[in-house]
Structures are given as structure tokens and as C-alpha cells.
Unconditional design. Structure first.
Length: 64
């Protein structure tokens, strides 16, 4: 079940990545919903994801 939530979170973040503010809001929601080990996976995924979208780097502060 938890893998489903993690995958859902990634898909939502990918879909809203066009808007920095919306991306940050969805990221905050994800932090509240995911388990601690999933948050670590999300951090790793985000590091690779923001390489292609540098405007989202400011949102990384939320997960640190």
C-alpha cells in the first residue's frame, strides 16, 4: 500500500511541476502523508527531478 502512495505522490508532483507554488504546496502535503523511509526516497527522487527543472530547487528546502 505504501508504494502506491509514494508513486501517487511522484505522479502528482510531476503533473504540477509547471507551477512552483503549487509544487511546493503538494510537496508539503506529501511530507505529511508519507512514512519516514518514503520521505527519504522522495528526497532522492527530488534531487534528480529538479536537475531538469531548476526553478523548483527552492522547494527542496521544504524536505530538508
Amino acid at each position: 500500500m505504501s508504494k502506491v502512495m509514494f508513486d501517487y505522490t511522484k505522479s502528482v508532483l510531476e503533473r504540477v511541476s509547471f507551477d512552483t507554488m503549487l509544487f511546493c504546496k503538494e510537496l508539503e502535503k506529501a511530507i505529511k502523508a508519507l512514512l519516514p523511509y518514503e520521505l527519504e526516497l522522495l528526497r532522492e527522487w527530488l534531487l534528480f527531478f529538479v536537475i531538469e527543472k531548476p526553478e523548483l530547487k527552492q522547494c527542496l528546502l521544504i524536505v530538508n
